[in-house]
Design a binder for this molecule. Sequence first.
Ligand code: SF4
Ligand code: SF4
Length: 121
Amino acid sequence: MNNCGDCRECCVLLNIHELNKAAREPCQHLCETGCTIYETRPKTCSDFECSWLISDWAGSLRPDLSGIMVAGFSDYLGLFEIREGCLTSDEAKTIIKIALGTFKHIRYWGFDGTEGTIRAT
Ligand code: SF4
Ligand code: SF4
């Protein structure tokens, strides 16, 4: 199990329906030191754990450092490109290789709005 540390990426990437917060928009409650309503944050927030957080993946693969966030949702694994170009980085290749060891395919959303599926070859 890792530790979020200075990462705040899910507070930008996720759609938080309780707050009417759209995906890829910084949350109104996000500040430099974290969440200003941490104790009363919505369930969507308190329930969320990205794949890096619940793994022993290397620190360099933390979402804010790698530019890639991976998370398991109800019936699929989702991969989000946080910064343009990160989807083709060595870190992304490492994450994809690890993920495809468990999942047959990954749904991805690129920084530029593209989306698709990555399958094991
Ligand atoms: S993206 Fe993952 S590591 Fe970053 S703050 Fe969210 S849960 Fe923590
Ligand atoms: S309410 Fe807090 S934990 Fe939830 S997205 Fe906003 S800043 Fe992040």
